[in-house]
Design a protein around this ligand. Structure first.
Ligand code: FE
Ligand code: CA
Length: 545
């Protein structure tokens, strides 16, 4: 316990004990706001905390860029890995007002906005500031202040105005960061590339504890996360990683999730080992709340309601780029064809043995989200339309021991009717330059997406790039490599490297660099470009650059 307020001082305070006048003078704004009303200032004063440990230990993040604003995030956690569930992050008591400053320069001299937002006790003392009224298409810098503590400075950005001409943008996309499997050098190298933003496509952490594969560092609690306190600790441990924390501070984030933010291979209310959907929904509610508490998502959109939380959202960047962030887990149909003993786990399913997989009513996104996605893409006037989601979309058929083709039920191969509907709609509504990006499979893929993957004459209607894992162990190379002749739309595959993908977009083309780190077990790993691909304006499909 290292948090207290001026009215509840405890003996273990070693921080400065400023009196009220010193607090105002010394901090400038402190937990106060020059634009806030007297009531807010009064409350901030009454609660102005003195800290014995940095309450901003988890860093800062920005996200959700819109033409007039963005979301700023932090979470007060002076004891980030608190073992006491009653004091998450080492905090007790009620909401704490936290001041924020937004500036036009990195040195924070040209402050354009000051305000106060609550660190909400009900949400683990996280802060989500939904800022509006700023200028479009430019970077801003920000920091938080509370009592005698000041956070590091982060960078945010506003999106260009709707339809405004934009010459180029750069974004990175990442997935699958298993803390136990390796260091986060990939995050460090992506931050060094100074992208406009980073897209987190899921498996931001792993809920389980590794018991089989080699590890280079361990989850601090040694237990599988399944409750709100244990999910919180997982996020906190990952956010203490210097590379991830710096990436968030420097780079605005767009976020969605995959399975491991909750539990392996879950789909809606169905999970691998838990046969009781109601019980699993309680676990999902805890996981979703912890996700909310740690991500720079819009509170008005994403504040969870029990096990329900909306993360899918759309972001437009002038006339150049529109990104649909998609939720591939919450609204899924039940996994096709049970496989004992793991019940609903993803598995290789023989085509002949499982007609359920091909049923027309099955959906990866749920019908409401499918519609939202299809309508948004049809309406988009952007030159490039990125569909950012969690798993491999292209078909990947593998020959099974019985000679039949097998399909993995946990990615889009488990929902082929849903995939066909989406790709058909993209073709029919002539979506400009549709590009699908994903993760989950711990391997790089570059794919041509066809409405009918079994017919090589079926037109290529979209392009797909899948990023390898940040650190999570990859699948066996030989198994997938052997399947490539049966999947001619797969133009590139590599599962032996860890890394990320860096994307440069301009009017003529989208250039995609597959970036590989030298060794996930080396905290100082170097990075190199494994392969560069392009997509040309007006022509779907992978082109070697
Ligand atoms: Fe993963
Ligand atoms: Ca996954």
């Amino acid at each position: 316990m290292s948090f207290g307020t001026s009215s509840r001082r405890s003996a273990n305070f070693i921080g400065l004990n400023l009196d009220r006048r010193q607090l105002i003078g010394g901090l400038g704004v402190g937990c106060l706001s020059l634009v806030a009303g007297p009531a807010v200032i009064g409350r901030a004063l009454a609660q102005a905390p003195r800290w014995t440990a940095d309450p901003f230990s988890l860093g800062v993040a920005s996200g959700g860029p819109r033409p007039d604003g963005f979301v700023l995030w932090t979470r007060l956690a002076p004891d980030p890995l608190s073992a006491n569930p009653a004091n998450p992050g080492g905090m007790t008591g009620g909401d704490v007002p936290v001041a924020y400053e937004i500036a036009g320069d990195e040195a924070m001299r040209d402050v354009v906005r000051r305000g106060v937002a609550d660190a909400e006790a009900a949400y683990g003392w996280s802060v989500h500031v939904d800022v509006a009224g700023l200028l479009p298409g430019r970077p801003y810098w920000y920091r938080f202040l509370c009592g005698d503590a000041v956070s590091r400075v982060g960078r945010a950005m506003t999106a260009p105005a709707a339809g405004a001409p934009v010459e180029r943008m750069r974004f990175g996309f990442v997935s699958c960061a298993n803390y136990e499997h390796g260091y986060f050098s990939a995050y460090r190298h992506l931050a060094d590339e100074n992208p406009d933003m980073v897209l987190f496509l899921g498996d931001y952490f792993y809920e389980y504890v590794e018991e089989i594969r080699p590890t280079v560092r361990r989850h601090s609690d040694g237990i599988e996360a399944a409750t709100l306190p244990t999910y919180r600790n997982r996020y906190a441990q990952y956010r203490l990683d210097a590379d991830l924390q710096r990436l968030h501070a420097q780079t605005p984030a767009l976020v969605t999730w995959d399975d491991h933010e909750v539990a392996n291979d879950y789909a809606d209310r169905w999970s691998q080992f838990n046969d009781d959907p109601d019980l699993f929904l309680r676990r999902r509610a805890a996981a979703y709340q912890a996700f909310y508490e740690h991500m720079p998502v819009r509170p008005i959109l994403s504040r969870p309601d029990g096990p329900v939380m909306r993360v899918y959202d759309r972001f437009a960047f002038g006339d150049l780029l529109e990104i649909s962030m998609v939720d591939g887990r919450q609204y899924r149909s039940r996994p096709a064809c049970y496989a004992a003993p793991d019940r609903l786990r993803g598995h290789l399913e023989s085509d002949a043995a499982c007609a359920e997989r091909r049923e027309a009513g099955r959906s990866m996104l749920g019908l409401a989200q499918e519609n939202w996605l299809g309508l948004g893409l049809a309406r988009s006037k952007a030159k490039w339309n990125v569909i950012a989601q969690d798993v491999l979309m292209a078909q990947l058929r593998q020959t099974m021991p019985n000679g039949d083709f097998g399909f993995w039920t946990d990615d889009w191969d488990g929902f082929p009717a849903s995939r066909r509907r989406l790709l058909q709609r993209i073709a029919q509504t002539r979506v400009p330059n549709p590009v699908v990006i994903g993760g989950d499979i711990h391997a790089f893929f570059a794919n041509d997406l066809r409405v009918d993957f079994d017919d090589p004459k079926s037109p290529v209607v979209a392009t797909e790039f899948v990023g390898t894992s940040i650190s999570s162990a990859g699948p066996p190379y030989d198994v997938f490599a052997a399947a490539l002749p049966d999947n001619p739309h797969v133009r590139f595959f590599e599962s032996r490297k860890r890394g990320y993908v860096s994307v440069d977009v301009d009017a003529k083309q989208m250039t995609t660099r597959l970036r590989a780190i030298s060794d996930a077990a080396d905290p100082k790993a170097s990075v190199s470009t494994l392969k560069t691909f392009a997509v040309e304006n007006g022509r779907a499909g992978v082109v070697e650059a």
